[in-house]
Design a protein around this ligand. Structure first.
Ligand code: MOS
Length: 726
């Protein structure tokens, strides 16, 4: 089904099942420990051996020698695989670095070997016996030091310019020119990257933890130089990804090599936490410069956002200026993204890449501008709202209710009680402040397919290679099928995460919820047509409800319609030009109250409230979970997350959860989430948009702004740790 004109009335509008705050259909499996994660496939891959990856001890250079004699002789060891005996291990096009080093090394902890043994402990112990010598070459590990060498990244990251920024900025009545920095961050999902791999002849089966099944097959095929048809990838349950599992990583490749080395017997391999942080990807650090010029009435006349980040050769930039291109009006504007070479582990997408860190700068700058203007920060944002793409004023937004979010959020939070003068409000030893920020995240859509069948019992089964990375895909897909086929939720079975199923959008960039359900919609519409045709029903008045198919005065149960053979249909949603014709994005407003300890500078978030506009909310409960999870991640970004680079040796020092801090329960206060009642008919037939990343965007800046309001200290280097307050 091609989606290239705005959705009209359709069966999703009944909202009998969609739009309801239903519990997760996979909730019981997960909470009882019976959902099968990639490392726990004894059910289908018994007798698995264990793989343990040895990572490079240098960040850049060459492997001089590998002595594996002691490792091979260690108890229980079955194989040691290195570049010398691995066969073809190419770099997939989508990868920046290779998944196996040798002889050259591209980054610290890049896989050098996998040791396979009967038990995990034996594999790990033997890994320590592998003797690798290196020739180290100098690398570059410090973004600030190499900033001047940064260049325009290739394809897809254009500089933008409208009007005359320099002229308008020079003439502006009120102006701001500040630099903000954000650190490297690690995804720190609960489930580390893990894979169970097995071979039968030349056919490879991977149970792996991955967001994008189709990409996993493609990249494994390119890496091992084997046909895609011979690769079967399954990822039915994923314990979080946040972008780190968009592409297969060394766990998948090294488990496959390990299994092949022992004749195809299954090998399971999970990255240890330090390997998650240095062997995989991270969100790159940024240096950002914001210049904003405004009239005395607050109208922005000039706005510029430049960002610098680094990556390995051939990698990409952090696209921090994304949101600035679309969020506020202003006739004269420019953005630029620059990329330096850094020999750190690969930088790549982490939840809301671009916007998440871009708004940490932009929305703090807006707060600073509001103060210079002596204007309320909410009001400043409202008067700079735009209903058209500011870079291309003929292009409208498909739907944009930033102002509604700002007003509703302010009201719910009690923003009118804020004292605009910093440092005035005390609660015992705490200095109390309020801050706010806009939320913005692109709405991306991706082609997505599904197969839907009904059997003689009237049970509807949906199969698609879509993943559920903890987001609730199983549930909203079941709701979509239940709504479309007119059956209760307990008559729907959803099968996900298997490359033998139709190719879906996968989970990334907050496109998965809207796109994958739209794909299920397409397949259900096709199935409805087949049912109607089989029954000789007039397809214009046919209704699917209460387990029946009705047309005129005829009514047939779905099970009868399916018959003994059952009926099924497969289709996909393909998105046409509506994303080009219209700017599509999601909006929100964050409001935060913090306390800053007047003696120690410790910052505690006391209250958080947000209002969000993201089209139809398919399931308010799972959507809220996404948003509060994202808001929590935003507290981490604002106050603690910081992957610290050893600038001599080029690795992340605090590479575990003891030292890389993310919020714990005690760090998170009451979180209030409100969804604006809206439909976006230009986004998909579901009239929904992405919600998975929006909640992260802007919230850290709201915290920084609240800290300023509390104590009068403006910190432009994230995270806001207490040493910077004092
Ligand atoms: Mo997202 S960073 O595309 O999983």
């Amino acid at each position: 089904m091609k989606f290239d004109t705005p959705a009209t009335a359709n069966p999703t509008d009944r909202m009998k099942v969609l739009g309801k705050p239903l519990d997760r259909v996979d909730g019981k499996l997960k909470t009882t420990g019976t959902a099968h994660y990639a490392y726990e496939r004894n059910d289908v891959a018994p007798n698995a051996a264990y793989g343990y990856i040895v990572g490079s001890a240098i960040a850049k250079g060459r492997i001089d020698s590998i002595d594996d004699a002691d490792a091979k002789a260690a108890p229980g060891v079955l194989a040691v695989v290195t570049y010398k005996n691995a066969g073809t291990v190419a770099k997939a096009k989508a990868h920046t670095a290779r998944m196996l080093a040798g002889p050259d090394v591209q980054h610290y902890d890049q896989a050098v070997a996998v040791v396979v043994a009967e038990t995990f402990e034996q594999a790990r112990a033997a890994a320590k016996l592998l003797r690798v010598t290196y020739a180290r070459t100098a690398g570059s590990f410090d973004l600030a030091a190499v900033k001047a060498s940064a260049t325009k990244p290739k394809d897809g990251n254009p500089d933008t310019a409208v009007g005359n920024f320099a002229g308008a900025f020079a003439k502006a009545a009120v102006k701001l020119d500040e630099q903000y920095t954000t650190p490297d961050q690690s995804h720190t999902m609960m489930e580390p990257h893990s894979t169970t791999a097995a071979w039968q002849g030349d056919k490879l089966t991977l149970w792996t933890s991955n967001q994008m099944i189709n990409w996993a097959v493609r990249d494994m095929s390119e890496t091992l130089g084997m046909p895609k048809e011979n690769i079967h990838v399954m990822s039915p349950y994923v314990g979080g990804g946040f972008g780190s599992k968009l592409w297969i990583r060394s766990d998948a490749v090294m488990a496959a090599l390990g299994s092949r080395a022992i004749g195809g017997r299954p090998v399971k391999l999970a990255l240890a936490r330090p390997q998650v942080m240095n062997n995989t990807t991270h969100r790159p650090a940024t240096i950002q410069r914001l210049r904003i010029g405004a009239q005395k009435d607050g109208k922005i006349t000039a706005i510029a956002h430049e960002s610098w980040s680094g990556d390995l050769p051939g990698g990409g930039p952090e696209t921090a200026p994304n949101a600035t291109r679309l969020l506020y009006a202003g006739a004269n504007r420019m953005t630029a993204t620059r990329l330096a070479v850094l020999d750190l582990p690969e930088g790549n997408a982490m939840r809301a890449p671009g916007e998440a860190v871009g708004l940490l700068a932009l929305e703090a700058a807006m707060d600073e501008l509001a103060e210079k203007l002596k204007m309320d920060p909410v009001q400043l944002r409202i008067i700079n709202d735009t209903q058209v793409d500011p870079e291309k004023p003929t292009r409208q937004f498909s739907q944009r209710d930033l102002v509604g979010c700002l007003k509703t959020g302010a009201e719910r939070f009690g923003w009118n009680k804020r004292n605009p003068v910093p440092g005035q409000v005390r609660d015992g030893r705490w200095l109390v402040g309020m801050g706010m920020a806009s939320a913005f995240r692109d709405n991306v859509t991706m082609k997505s397919g599904a197969r839907v069948g009904i059997d003689k019992k009237g049970v509807v089964t949906v199969a698609t290679d879509m993943t559920d990375i903890g987001t609730g895909s199983y549930t909203i897909i079941a709701q979509t099928a239940a709504e479309l086929m007119g059956v209760p939720m307990d008559k729907v079975i959803v099968l996900l995460g298997d490359s033998s199923f139709p190719t879906s959008s996968g989970s990334g960039g907050q496109w998965g919820g809207n796109s994958s359900t739209a794909g299920v919609y397409a397949a259900c519409m096709e199935l409805r047509a087949r049912v109607a045709q089989k029954l000789g029903f007039n397809s214009t008045d046919v209704v699917f409800e209460d387990g029946k198919v009705k047309s005129g005065n005829r009514s047939v149960s779905l099970s009868e319609a399916a018959g003994d053979a059952g009926l099924s249909a497969e289709d996909s949603i393909e998105f046409g030009d509506l994303t080009k014709t219209y700017a599509q994005a999601t909006f929100g407003a964050h409001f935060v109250e913090v306390g800053v300890d007047s003696a120690t500078g410790e910052i505690r978030v006391r209250r958080m409230s947000g209002a969000f506009a993201a089209g139809r909310i398919l399931n308010p409960k799972s959507a809220r979970s996404q948003v509060i999870g994202a808001m929590t991640m935003g507290v981490g970004a604002a106050l603690m997350e910081d992957a610290i680079v050893d600038k001599r040796f080029g690795y992340f020092v605090n590479h575990d959860l003891a030292e890389y801090h993310v919020p714990a329960h005690a760090d998170i206060p009451m979180q209030d989430v409100f969804f604006m009642d809206e439909l976006d008919e230009k986004s998909s037939p579901m009239k929904a948009k992405g919600i998975g990343e929006l909640g992260l965007c802007g919230v850290g800046a709201a915290i920084a702004n609240a800290v300023y309001n509390a104590c009068g200290v403006r910190i432009r280097e994230y995270p806001l740790t207490l040493d910077k307050v004092i």
